[in-house]
Ligand binder design. Structure first.
Ligand code: NAP
Length: 354
């Protein structure tokens, strides 16, 4: 099979660079264009992207010229790693021009006709695409992936919700500085410190969780009724978000039952063979001092969520800790998995789209 040409919008940023790294050897996709702001357009990628992840840009891509954000890129699918306000303007322009847009930005996550997807949780939400195309008149489409912290919360929560019905969730996050992009949080603010505020983050976690755990009914998405209280903190960790969770259930599980539900979670059949899908979406650690971001964020090539410290909670029923890689599973890797799901579901390259 010849590889599908793809472009990365916002390729020079922290998430854009992860896309470049993860797509360089992808079996289905081939990077055909890199795009960013007018500041970078026309210059070699190596020159304008200050490489913030380990290693060097993949061979050949460093010399690729960065293009402006115009919808004439030689691609059928575009990955968006743009700031929310830029994505709000640019993503519909690409969808209208026939591109399948897989977005990391928050701009359209709450839009009623745009699916917000983690494939293992709600692959069936791609069923919203025909209505999206009909209502917007787009030959292309937009699908979004969630906020990075929401991802690390919702994957284990889905496994528990499916088995025992999650009703209340308290989530306290410790979020890595790469989650703020580059140059991100000033070193004088974050070194030796904790910042108990990340603008808009708690609202995103609460709203997106209800969408992701929601169900499709009569072709429409119905939000889950789970009540969630989030507290978001920035901590001096480079990569990997940690979240402490307390969960109350409709049917209270034992610790052993909860561990079995988490470890046994696989997601739907359609997702299991996708190139970026981890063999096991959730890894359960038994050690009392795991998971930790430095040791566990790369599990399953950065696509697995590691949980541990599963134990009883005196306020709600159960407590646990989750660690996930914010720029892999929580951003570029999650979005690439969405794109693979679109291809497997026949939404890329049909007539009318690119
Ligand atoms: P970033 O490091 O600040 O990168 C932003 C990118 O957007 C750069 O390529 C930049 O290009 C481009 N850009 C900025 N202003 C622009 C403009 N006015 N017009 C056109 N292009 C412009 O940010 P990031 O952390 O990679 O985040 C990108 C998106 O992913 C955001 O929406 C963020 O919320 C979301 N996200 C981030 C994470 C994470 O862990 N970091 C996780 C999930 C989702 P230039 O280099 O040319 O300026």
């Amino acid at each position: 099979m010849s590889r599908i040409p793809v472009a990365i919008l916002g390729a020079t940023g922290a998430v854009g660079q992860r896309f470049v790294q993860l797509l360089a050897d992808h079996p289905w996709f081939e990077i055909a264009a890199l795009a960013a702001s007018e500041r970078s357009a026309g210059r070699a990628f190596r020159e304008v992207a200050k490489w913030v992840i380990p290693g060097d840009p993949p061979p050949g891509l460093g010399e690729m010229p960065v293009q402006p954000l115009e919808p004439d890129l030689p691609a059928r699918l575009v990955f968006s790693a743009l700031p929310g306000n830029v994505a709000a303007e640019v993503e519909p322009v690409f969808a209208r021009a026939g591109y399948a847009v897989c977005s990391n930005a928050s701009a359209y996550r709450q839009a009623p006709d745009v699916p917000l997807i983690i494939p293992e949780l709600n692959a069936d939400h791609v069923g919203m695409i025909p209505d999206q195309r009909a209502s917007q008149g787009w030959p292309g489409l937009i699908v979004t992936s969630p906020n990075c912290t929401t991802t690390g919360i919702c994957i284990p929560l889905k496994a528990l919700d499916e088995a025992f019905g999650a009703r209340q969730v308290a989530a306290v996050s410790m979020q890595a500085i790469s989650g703020a992009g580059y140059p991100g949080v000033p070193s004088l603010d974050i070194l030796g410190n904790v910042i108990p505020y990340i603008g808009g983050e708690e609202e995103k976690i609460e709203e997106e969780t209800r969408l992701l755990l929601g169900r499709m009914q009569g072709g429409r998405r119905v939000k889950a009724e789970v009540v969630i209280s989030a507290q978001a903190n920035r901590v001096p960790v480079l990569d990997g978000h940690t979240v402490c969770l307390s969960v109350g259930f409709e049917s209270q599980p034992t610790v052993e039952e909860a561990v079995a539900a988490l470890a046994g979670f696989r997601g739907p059949e359609v997702v299991r063979g996708l190139p970026s899908a981890p063999e096991r979406p959730i890894l359960v650690r038994a050690e009392p001092d795991r998971p930790q971001p430095r040791r566990d964020r790369d599990a399953g090539r950065g696509m697995a969520v590691t949980v541990g410290r599963v134990r009883r909670c005196p306020l709600l029923h159960l407590r646990l800790v989750s660690v996930s890689h914010n720029t892999v599973r929580g951003a570029a890797g999650g979005s690439i998995l969405n794109a693979e799901l679109l291809v497997a579901s026949g939404y890329v390259g049909e007539s009318g789209s690119r």
